[in-house]
Ligand binder design. Structure first.
Ligand SMILES: Cc1cc2nc3c(=O)[nH]c(=O)nc-3n(C[C@H](O)[C@H](O)[C@H](O)COP(=O)(O)OP(=O)(O)OC[C@H]3O[C@@H](n4cnc5c(N)ncnc54)[C@H](O)[C@@H]3O)c2cc1C
Length: 387
């Protein structure tokens, strides 16, 4: 890493530590119980550089690489997975889509406010009838004069309610239903045709708000189309590849946070006249947890470095996401077990980490979908090389 980037990264990590200790940990339980999205924290995260980690400097971003970005998400997730998830969605979905595929005018209009935390972005692909098979989406955009009219519904949208803009994928020609007639649009939430539907009451990640967006003759000027017509699906898939690396990082951060709580507890708690850590049954659990976390961390770094080298990440991003998400669930489960009754109760945060971890196996493509992607790549390579 260059010297100036290294110092930007160091400062960012210091900011995460301070914000984590002072602005997150004291409130994390309340946010979780009341399912509150902390808007004012997001303004601070913007001021401290966390909402534009990979974005270019000319818009006020930190211009760090993906490797630095995943380290930051891991660190933040050791404090609170829900906050880290919202930060990851903001950086690697909405903002990254705008930066990678938006034109200069679109970036000039939105990028700086997104990066500084003056506004929050949402990224809307999923619908009530369409999740894993996203190419079948049913939201439509029809051209009328120099506007597009969007009709439909987007479900499970992170920041659906609290965002000021949404990047929306819609069919620009309703038939045939293929992936080649989807287009991405920037929709300003001030637009009267967009409204907020149901906000989800979730098992975990409760400080990260998730809502439905409704589009009823939502009129969007043609200047808000991202890239060219019918390229929205390939844009979305490219964005999701990067997003999956950030979910791998989120998973590792959650696993690390829970592991640390379990280690601390096992070191202190005594039963049968010995510390828990002195029982082989518990120390082996900790050894396995630490090894799984380290393996996931290295896979995440490899995926991020591959992205930084501008090499294809389709397979490695899915491997990292699949492995790390399943690791997060397994590690947080064991962490709850090590804390026994205390692990199951809300006085300790480890149960929250367990609930938060489960989202990682679902959001931005389920574990099953990651295995489909990995297997397809294995087959493709075998057919080409017979190896
Ligand atoms: C908290 C949260 C935040 C989210 N944020 C966003 C967001 O910001 N933007 C957005 O667009 N979406 C978002 N999502 C949606 C998320 O990406 C989807 O939930 C996910 O892709 C799965 O889609 P689905 O829920 O419709 O499940 P389905 O696609 O209905 O899948 C149900 C089950 O069937 C399995 N399955 C499906 N197809 C296959 C197959 N071919 N082979 C084997 N198994 C299969 C799945 O793995 C899963 O286990 C969010 C979801 C949650 C819960």
């Amino acid at each position: 890493m260059q010297k100036d980037k290294a110092s930007t990264f160091k400062k960012l990590q210091q900011n995460i530590q301070i914000i984590g200790e002072q602005d997150i940990l004291p409130y994390t339980r309340t946010w979780d119980e009341t399912q509150t999205f902390p808007k004012t924290l997001f303004q601070k995260l913007g001021q401290k550089g966390l909402l534009g980690i990979i974005a270019p400097q000319k818009y006020g971003g930190q211009a760090l690489n993906y490797t630095a970005y995943v380290e930051a998400i891991i660190h933040l997730a050791t404090f609170d997975g829900a906050i880290a998830m919202s930060v990851a969605a903001h950086n690697s979905l909405a903002l990254e889509h705008l930066i990678q595929f938006g034109n200069t005018a679109q970036k000039e209009q939105w990028a700086q406010s997104l990066i500084k935390g003056k506004c929050i972005g949402a990224w809307a692909l999923t619908e009530p009838n369409v999740g894993s098979d996203a190419a079948q989406l049913q939201t439509t955009a029809e051209k009328k004069g120099n506007h597009w009219i969007i009709q439909g519904e987007k479900k499970f949208i992170t920041h659906g309610k609290n965002s000021q803009l949404a990047i929306v994928m819609a069919k620009t020609n309703p038939k045939p239903y293929t992936q080649h007639n989807i287009t991405a649009f920037i929709v300003d939430k001030k637009n009267p045709g967009i409204s907020i539907g149901k906000s989800e009451n979730k098992m975990g990640m409760r400080a990260s708000e998730t809502s439905t967006l409704l589009f009823q003759s939502c009129k969007v000027h043609e200047d808000n189309m991202i890239g060219t017509i019918n390229t929205g699906f390939s844009q979305a898939m490219e964005i999701l590849e990067g997003g999956r690396i950030s979910i791998a990082a989120l998973s590792i951060g959650i696993a690390k946070g829970a592991f640390h709580m379990a280690l601390q507890y096992a070191h202190k708690r005594k039963q049968f006249g010995k510390r828990l850590i002195d029982f082989q049954g518990i120390s082996f659990k900790l050894a396995e947890m630490a090894t799984q976390i380290e393996a996931g961390y290295l896979l995440t770094l490899k995926a991020a470095q591959t992205k930084d080298q501008k090499q294809p990440v389709n397979q490695i991003a899915s491997m990292a996401k699949y492995h790390c998400a399943e690791t997060a669930v397994a590690v947080t489960n064991q962490a709850v077990q090590i804390l026994g009754g205390n692990g199951y109760c809300k006085e300790y945060l480890v149960e929250k980490f367990y609930r938060d971890a489960k989202l990682c196996t679902i959001g931005e493509g389920t574990s099953e979908i990651q295995k489909i992607i990995i297997a397809k790549q294995l087959m493709k390579k075998y057919e080409q090389t017979k190896y």
